[in-house]
Design a protein around this ligand. Structure first.
Ligand code: AMP
Length: 210
């Protein structure tokens, strides 16, 4: 089972991807997480990616395709994987097509812009395990502390208001056209993201046929 999850920043891709990988026992491949890990470790890819991510821009296709190609060639991807945040451009989708990989399902999570800005500007992320919280709607049990691992919560650098606006612009210009790309191939399934995470997840699993 190879699944692609599309959606604007803040639509809930990470949260839903975690549910999907738990259900299907698939590796969760998030290009954003791979870049953040590289930034943390100050690798050459991390240094390069940071300059784009901090401006709300996409990391060049060449770099991104290479890291995905390397990741999906590993043993744990033999029986499928969940791609979260990749592809994000038509060129990336075409590169995936060319590599001969069969995608079983492309799911897009749809959430309105106002809701996205509200979600991202209140988002708190664990420095250690990456779990997501919200300062009003999904408060951690203890302020500033991750419920799952006890790590410190922080606001992501790219969740600052001017970067959020740039990320949304990037999404509409470069990523949203992928919906038509996959719809034309008869592969696109749409889920409307609700505030209640449980009902969005139930809908996602239903659409996937679980
Ligand atoms: P995310 O955590 O998915 O919101 O990704 C964070 C940032 O990483 C994005 O705003 C982009 O700058 C970069 N990024 C993640 N995935 C991709 C991709 N497929 N192509 C280019 N840049 C990406």
């Amino acid at each position: 089972m190879n699944i692609i999850l599309l959606g604007a920043p803040g639509a809930g891709k990470g949260t839903e991807a975690s549910k999907i990988v738990d259900t299907y026992k698939l590796p969760h491949i998030s290009t954003g997480d791979i870049f953040r890990e590289n930034i943390k470790n100050q690798t050459p890819i991390g240094v390069q990616a940071k300059s784009y991510i901090d401006q709300g821009l996409l990391v060049p296709d060449e770099v991104t395709c290479k890291i995905v190609e390397e990741r999906i060639s590993r043993e744990d991807c033999k029986n499928g994987y969940m791609l979260d945040g990749f592809p994000r451009t038509i060129a990336q989708a075409e590169a995936l097509d060319k590599s001969g990989i069969d995608i079983d399902c492309v799911l897009t999570l749809e959430v309105g812009d106002e809701e996205i800005v509200e979600r991202l500007s209140g988002r708190l992320e664990c420095k250690i395990c990456g779990s997501s919280f919200h300062k009003d709607h999904r408060k951690p049990k203890a302020e500033g502390v991750c419920d799952n691992c006890g790590g410190t919560l922080r606001t992501r650098e790219d969740d600052k208001p001017d970067v959020i606006r740039a990320r949304l612009k990037t999404y509409y210009e470069q990523t949203a056209p992928l919906k038509e790309f996959y719809a034309k191939k008869g592969m696109l399934k749409t889920v409307i993201g609700k505030n209640e995470i449980a009902s969005t997840s139930a809908e996602v699993l239903k659409v996937l046929g679980v």
